[in-house]
Ligand binder design. Structure first.
Ligand code: TXA
Ligand code: MG
Length: 342
């Protein structure tokens, strides 16, 4: 059931959290499948509903730094600097977990992923939940998609994933469109586990430390999760073949893409093309979408487009390779993962 976030819906949402029920929650990045982070049974419901292996930790959403301190202990100064710079916003920090806090949301890890989202509906809900009796201090929320599928960027996407019995607060289309940047702050220096809207350079500048980039993948590369000498928890966002639409995704340079279309000629069917360079085709059935010039614009529409292509019954998605440069890291990472499942 999709509800506009009026006062009744917000009260129902707080009550749902208090009662250990799940909720579709808008954030500025993607929609989350939310529950009280300190209610083990509710957290178990998230794993079950998503079909997510229970050893993959969830991000806990908090209204502010004070609430973060409830879940994390010994927060290093550089992590506090990142909170100051980017919260509320699309940045998740992996921090040492306060012993006993949100055990099941953290999947038993010694660390916890915390984020303070900026979406007004998410903020309003977190604040109301914190003030409720009994209070809900943190909201565990993975992306509201079934495990391994494309993250939802609208309320309708969430309803399409989980059906009509889930309460979904409608916060409109997500502005950022790809999941938050994840920075591991538990190793004495910032390490990016998942690239996103907030780029490595901005993180380095805000905390005055060099930043390692660990999560980004190239086609066929394996992410941190497969790094045997690393004790990082299994992380679905870092599985290579995550973000998979039904269609097969291929990344090509503009010339190869055009050559492929030329070979198929009028026979090109069930194919979608997403390119910056204008393409020509003799087929009337080709689904052609022009890629915007800025990485933020591509991030904003990417997951919606992948769903749209699936809805059109497309079997192949041909995407023009992205420009070089770290500003494209977040989008490049999602595209490489989508292509890796092909
Ligand atoms: O933008 C986002 O981050 C969205 C919205 C809803 O906030 N959430 C999201 O959650 O993308 P999810 O569960 O789909 O991805 C969270 C990622 C996973 O790869 C998870 O393993 C990793 O964060 N993660 C969570 N806690 C962690 C921890 N303690 N250590 C390492 N990775 C962690
Ligand atoms: Mg996810």
């Amino acid at each position: 059931m999709i509800l506009l976030p009026d006062s009744h819906a917000m009260a129902a949402a707080v009550q749902a959290l208090q009662q250990g029920q799940l909720l579709g929650l808008p954030t500025e990045t993607v929609y989350g499948l939310a529950a009280d982070a300190e209610n083990g049974a509710a957290v178990a419901r998230i794993y079950e509903r998503k079909g997510r292996p229970s050893d993959h930790p969830l991000i806990v959403h908090v209204p502010d730094v004070a609430a973060a301190q409830h879940f994390a202990a010994d927060i290093p100064p550089f992590a506090l600097a990142l909170m100051q710079a980017f919260w509320p916003g699309p940045l998740t920090l992996i921090l040492p977990r306060r012993p006993g806090a949100a055990e099941s949301a953290a999947a038993g890890q010694a660390t916890i992923g915390l984020r303070s989202p900026s979406h007004p509906v998410a903020r309003q809900l977190m604040l109301a939940a914190l003030q409720a009796e009994p209070p809900v201090r943190g909201i565990a929320a993975p992306s509201a998609n079934r495990f391994g599928r494309v993250s939802p960027t609208s309320a309708a996407h969430v309803a399409a994933e989980f059906g009509d019995d889930l309460l979904v607060l409608d916060g409109g289309d997500c502005e950022v469109g790809i999941e938050s940047t994840i920075v591991d702050c538990s190793r004495g220096r910032p390490v990016i586990l998942r690239p996103g809207h907030i780029a490595a350079a901005a993180i380095a500048q805000a905390c005055g430390l060099p930043v390692d980039v660990h999560g980004a993948t190239g086609p066929g590369e394996h992410a941190l999760i497969d790094d045997a000498e690393d004790d990082t928890p299994r992380a679905p966002g870092t599985l290579t073949a995550h973000y998979a639409p039904n269609a097969k995704v291929r990344l090509m340079d503009a010339a190869s893409l055009q050559a492929g279309l030329d070979v198929l000629g009028a026979q090109a069917r069930h194919i979608a093309v997403y390119s910056r360079t204008p393409m020509k085709s003799a087929s009337r059935e080709l689904v052609l979408r022009r890629m915007p010039a800025q990485p933020e614009q591509v991030a904003h529409e990417l997951f919606r487009l992948l769903r749209e292509f699936d809805g059109l019954g497309v079997r192949l998605i041909w995407i023009e390779e992205l420009p070089a440069g770290s500003a494209w890291d977040g989008v490049r990472d999602r595209l490489n993962r989508a292509a890796a499942s092909a």
